[in-house]
Design a protein around this ligand. Structure first.
Ligand code: MLT
Length: 286
């Protein structure tokens, strides 16, 4: 079973982390929602967090393991490995099977949002609702794909330090950077402890992802879109684009946050998420 956290009882909510993070980024949402009547499932996606250790264990489990495992000490293999967003969505469904969860609200931030799009596409009947935070629908252009390939090579050659240095200022709003040292440290440490081979495989997977704009009109479940007003990575315009294309969505813009809305402004994020979940429950009872 993939590394995951399972807390609380009630309607299930699956929290999918961004890149290059792990399930620990959801700490405040796990604590809050599990104390307020929801069952929270937070997996480490393939190649991240504790799945890295598990992957080397699963290699000995034989050919039944569907994903190509991430080799931690074979540079040639690591140069080629790709973990697609669809791979990750299938892992989420397999985890739900193992936990006996038929359907859930799927909440993803950034890369987690791409996985949520794939999940909703492949498993519509298991998608009760979607929460798309700091993410976008269109695929990458050629320049963006190339930047991902270059970052994958850089991580494999020199580790995660340069990625942490280059991205912190985009991930967090200026005020978070100066006034919230604890969040800055948590985000930095998450990046630094990421496995370069796992992160590189996910970068290639993101470069290869589908254009989810084509899915928008077919998504009929309720969707909450969350975006940080100061996010330079997935700006408000990306959220508004999804909002226009979806038939049943609401949009929450979090003012004092950039990309890591759930960590920078956990109370505001939790209020938006909880309000959405409560409304779902109420409409289900009508
Ligand atoms: C993330 O936070 O997951 C990444 O910014 C996603 C991406 O690179 O597109």
């Amino acid at each position: 079973m993939p590394a995951h956290l399972d807390a609380g009882t009630g309607p299930a909510v699956v929290l999918l982390h961004g890149y290059p993070f792990d399930r620990s980024m959801w700490r405040e949402q796990i604590d809050f929602l599990s104390a307020h009547g929801f069952r929270i499932i937070a997996p480490d996606l393939h190649g991240f967090g504790e799945t890295v250790r598990q992957t080397s264990v699963s290699e000995s489990a034989g050919p039944s393991h569907r994903l190509k495992s991430v080799p931690l000490n074979n540079e040639d293999e690591a140069d080629r490995t790709i973990t697609t967003m669809a791979d990750m969505a299938h892992d989420v469904a397999a985890l739900m099977d193992e936990l006996g969860i038929a359907d859930a609200t799927i909440c993803g931030l950034s890369m987690g949002g791409y996985v949520a799009f794939e999940f909703a596409h492949v498993f519509p009947a298991r998608t009760r609702a979607l929460v798309l935070a700091g993410t976008r629908a269109p695929a990458d252009n050629e320049q963006e794909k190339q930047a991902r390939v270059e970052q994958a090579e850089q991580m494999l050659a020199r580790g995660m330090g340069e990625v942490a240095d280059a991205t912190l200022r985009k991930l967090l709003a200026p005020r978070t950077l100066t006034e919230n040292r604890a969040v800055v440290a948590r985000v930095r440490e998450m990046i630094l402890r990421a496995d370069p081979a796992g992160a590189a495989a996910a970068q290639r997977g993101m470069a290869a992802r589908r254009n989810y704009s084509e899915d928008l009109s077919g998504i009929k479940v309720p969707v909450l879109i969350i975006v940080g007003r100061q996010d330079p990575i997935r700006p408000v315009a990306d959220a508004e684009f999804m909002h226009r294309g979806l038939s049943n969505s609401s949009l929450a813009i979090i003012e004092e946050a950039a990309h890591m809305t759930n960590m920078e402004q956990p109370e505001v994020f939790n209020r938006a998420l909880f309000g959405f979940m409560e409304a779902l429950d109420n409409s289900a009872g009508v």
